[in-house]
Design a protein around this ligand. Structure first.
Ligand SMILES: [Zn+2]
Length: 77
């Protein structure tokens, strides 16, 4: 009887540990790509970046501050 209980306890603990491991290794919702985050294209290098991480200037999107400077201050396509 005690052995059966112990075995059950071990199985339950393994199940809980497995679930915790899955939760910890899962990427955050924003990075998974199945959310509502829109992808926008950098006006300089055509790289696609999430809209919430993109730099914007005059209605155009850029992958980073350096490309925003290039795209905003330099030549225009
Ligand atoms: Zn870029």
């Amino acid at each position: 009887m005690l052995r059966a209980l112990l075995a059950l306890l071990i199985i339950l603990a393994a199940g809980v540990a497995w679930r915790m491991l899955r939760v910890l290794t899962r990427p955050p919702p924003a990075a998974r790509g199945d959310g509502k985050v829109r992808m926008v294209k950098c006006a300089v290098c055509d790289l696609y970046v999430p809209e919430n991480e993109a730099e914007t200037d005059g209605g155009r999107f850029y992958c980073g501050p350096s490309h925003r400077l290039i795209g905003g201050g330099g030549e225009r396509k």
